[in-house]
Design a protein. Structure first.
Length: 184
């Protein structure tokens, strides 16, 4: 997959601040090509200019509200990964396909890309995921099934909150005590 580079700057982005979710305010930014960032625990001051949300951002807001109410439908909004390398785009696109309530290991995700030895590289890409929730990097866990990192605000607590919300507990969670780990 060849990386496409769209030319845009902050002034061509539309933003939407979704207030009072279980993860605080969520800030969504979109270029004319799709969503470029989504962050948790945002502050109103982070919105650089209220240009008015696009129809796509309004639809995303409804999908996020539905997600936190228990919808398993996923997110239909287009994403703009043009600022990412071809490998980053490949990893993020594959991660987006992980279903609600399911966890993969970094190694499993690397294998889906045909790069079984790239688990660490996959982890590096996911550590810089610009579009949290929509690209569900919280569903990717360590080889033993446990939680080893989450770069979003709130760290592992946020990751654990999202996994618990989806009913997808990592193997080192008390709910899985005594179960066999077959994720190697």
């Amino acid at each position: 997959m060849k990386a496409m580079k769209n030319q845009f700057d902050r002034t061509t982005l539309n933003q939407l601040l979704i207030k009072d979710t279980p993860l605080g305010n969520i800030l969504c930014s979109a270029s004319p090509y799709g969503l470029v960032s989504l962050s948790f625990y945002a502050q109103a001051e982070q919105v650089f200019e209220d240009t008015g949300p696009t129809e796509a951002l309004r639809e995303l807001k409804e999908e996020i509200i539905a997600y936190f109410k228990g919808s398993k439908a996923g997110f239909s909004t287009a994403v703009d990964l043009s600022s990412c390398s071809a490998f980053q785009q490949e990893v993020l696109t594959a991660c987006r396909e992980i279903p609600y309530g399911v966890t993969y290991t970094y190694g499993q995700l690397a294998k889906t890309l045909g790069k079984p030895k790239a688990a660490r590289a996959v982890g590096g890409v996911l550590a810089r995921n610009p579009i949290l929730l929509v690209i569900p990097c919280h569903r990717v866990v360590a080889a033993g099934g446990g939680l080893r990192g989450y770069s979003a605000v709130g760290g592992l607590n946020t990751k654990q909150t999202l996994l618990a919300h989806e009913g997808a507990y990592p193997y080192d969670h008390p709910v899985n005590e005594g179960k066999t780990n077959d994720r190697q």
